[in-house]
Write a protein that binds this ligand. Structure first.
Ligand SMILES: Cc1cc2nc3c(=O)[nH]c(=O)nc-3n(C[C@H](O)[C@H](O)[C@H](O)COP(=O)(O)OP(=O)(O)OC[C@H]3O[C@@H](n4cnc5c(N)ncnc54)[C@H](O)[C@@H]3O)c2cc1C
Length: 537
């Protein structure tokens, strides 16, 4: 590893959504030295920069951990594919760019569960501070933050028709899912600028990359947090053909995401005692909650062919169309390649009396099979519906004490009886939207499998046979005040000193929306806690 300075004040593990924010904020103090350690490479790739490049990113492994779950008993024993970002920017470098904060009530729930300072009124100013909203600032939006939030440059005609169909099916029209009310159908806003991806790395890392007190180490895998007694004092890293130890005078902060942060804690001797013992790892702190409380948005789709060929697809004219679009994208930053794939969608309540929407739609003007890994000939569309607040809880455990071995990911989807019913109701709602008049021009050619919506058993079978992740795992280093919590409300790991976790894993409950902006907010909160605690010693 070239020029590796061994001694820092703060070491951040993982340059993802949260880690980039932390690196920016902590290194703003020129008196401290910060090291940002990232297992993946630099993010200079045309696939990352070009929004529609997501199709290639999900297929490849260079910027993607490309995990697989354990066989899921409630999903016919299927293993589900779990892409996660592995590059500067983390998952924000391979995601679908939808900008969403979630429902205010979700954060108030976090606060009510023993996490003071995490209520909506506390976190809203951070979302606003981060945002550079295309339409300017107002009470709920920021106008001059580092994170560009824009309308889609060139939404597909099918996405526009989906919104109309949603309205005809009874959903309110929603022009701002981060506005006063999130119920309804609409086009998503995206983290893009001039039609290009605007990841956490673009927003928070690029502008400060030259700071002399910040070292960014790419292609370096953190393999263990090093302790002196019960205090974290450094990090073992592996990369560029060698292994070495970095020392952290003040803190090590884990931002590896919902799979890797609990893995690294366990590799370092923090986790369920019996499990660590079984893995032959000496226990530093017996923390039964590490890896537990895994939550994700399980998602099921309806897909159909589109006879108009307006969708994004593969046909006889694809190559010349692609060349034309590439030129357009390069010269003017517009056209099909600016599509984030999941262009439209919405939020709905599957039954009366609910306080918040319980399902979310993602509409893709393309036929998607196996996360885009399987090429489909022809044109079509895919409507996703996911349950926003599942009751099922899974777990991450080690498969091996070797840091190079993928941990066991067991989301235990649909292990709670209520979850299947919400997805079933969500599917019926999705079908209603696709049966609305605005959709009929595209629906003429329907040929994809579609269950009988009146037959509950057929719907359940369809869900069990087809549901997939919509990529929002959280909760595996849960924040809370009880003994099973992994971090306290200042994100300090319980039972040890000098160690925090700040990423999707700290969410006590999954929020009702996409998780990128919330993870950046978590990174900001962590940076404040670190700075305040450094003041008070
Ligand atoms: C395909 C996909 C589509 C998505 N679409 C959207 C969307 O449209 N909108 C939205 O809001 N959310 C979306 N999400 C979810 C969102 O992007 C993530 O929830 C969020 O980025 C997670 O942030 P994080 O900070 O927890 O972790 P990540 O951003 O995943 O960052 C973790 C980083 O840590 C690194 N790392 C892990 N372990 C180690 C180690 N041992 N040593 C060194 N480095 C390590 C990883 O390589 C990675 O770079 C999507 C996610 C995916 C995968």
């Amino acid at each position: 590893m070239p020029n590796l300075e061994p001694s820092f004040d703060y070491i951040i593990v993982g340059a993802g959504s949260a880690g980039c924010v932390l690196a920016n904020r902590l290194s703003a103090d020129s008196a401290v030295r910060v090291c940002l350690v990232e297992a993946g490479p630099e993010d200079r790739s045309v696939l990352i920069n070009t929004p529609l490049g997501i199709a290639g990113l999900l297929r490849g492994r260079r910027y993607n951990w490309a995990y697989e779950t354990q066989p899921q008993a409630a999903l016919r024993g299927r293993r589900l594919y779990w892409p996660r970002g592995k590059a500067l920017g983390g998952s924000s470098s391979i995601n679908a760019m939808i900008y969403m904060r979630g429902h205010p009530g979700d954060y108030d729930d976090w606060a009510a569960e023993g996490n003071p300072g995490w209520g909506w009124q506390n976190v809203l100013p951070i979302f606003v501070q981060h945002e550079r909203q295309q339409h300017g600032a107002d009470a709920l939006h920021g106008g001059d933050g580092p994170l560009c939030v824009h309308d889609l440059v060139d939404p597909n005609p099918l996405s526009l028709a989906f919104v109309e169909a949603g309205v005809q099916a009874g959903l309110p029209r929603c022009s701002d899912f981060n506005g006063p009310a999130m119920d309804g159908a609409g086009l998503y806003q995206v983290t893009q600028h001039d039609g290009r991806r605007w990841s956490a790395a673009r927003a928070f890392l690029d502008p400060i990359r030259q700071r002399p007190n910040l070292a960014v180490r790419t292609e370096c895998l953190a393999t263990r947090v090093l302790f002196e007694g019960r205090r974290a004092v450094g990090l073992r890293v592996r990369g560029h053909g060698r292994e070495c130890d970095l020392s952290a005078r003040r803190e090590v902060i884990l931002c590896g995401g919902a799979v890797n942060s609990p893995q690294l804690l366990m590799l370092s001797g923090l986790g369920p005692g019996a499990h660590l013992q079984a893995m032959g790892i000496a226990t530093v702190a017996d923390l039964p909650g590490v890896g537990a409380n895994l939550q994700d948005h399980l998602d099921v789709t309806l897909a159909a062919r589109d006879g108009t060929a307006a969708a994004v697809g593969v046909g006889f004219g694809t190559l010349p169309r692609l060349l034309r679009e590439a030129l357009k994208f390069r010269k003017q930053g517009c056209g099909m390649l600016t599509s984030n794939a999941a262009e439209a969608g919405g939020f709905a309540r599957t039954r009366p009396g609910l306080e918040r929407p319980d399902v979310q739609f993602h509409f893709l003007p393309t036929l998607l099979r196996d996360h885009g890994r399987k090429l489909v000939w022809g044109y079509g569309y895919t409507l996703h519906v996911c349950q926003l607040r599942p009751q099922s809880r899974g777990r991450i455990t080690l498969a091996s004490p070797d840091p190079g071995v993928t941990p066991r990911i067991d989301p235990m989807y649909l292990s709670h009886a209520e979850d299947l019913g919400v997805l079933r109701a969500g599917l019926r709602l999705a079908h209603r939207i696709l049966s609305a008049p605005a959709w009929q021009a595209f629906a003429a050619n329907r040929r994809e499998p579609c269950p009988d919506m009146r037959d509950g058993a057929a719907l359940d079978a369809y869900i069990r046979g087809n549901a997939e992740t919509i990529y929002h795992p959280v909760g595996t280093c849960r924040m809370g005040a009880d003994d099973a919590a992994v971090v306290d409300s200042r994100l300090r790991v319980r039972g040890v000193g000098g160690l925090r976790v700040a990423d999707a894993s700290i969410m006590p409950n999954i929020i009702g929306g996409n998780t990128n902006a919330p993870c950046m907010m978590i990174g900001e909160m962590a940076s404040r806690f670190v700075a305040e605690d450094a003041q008070t010693g």
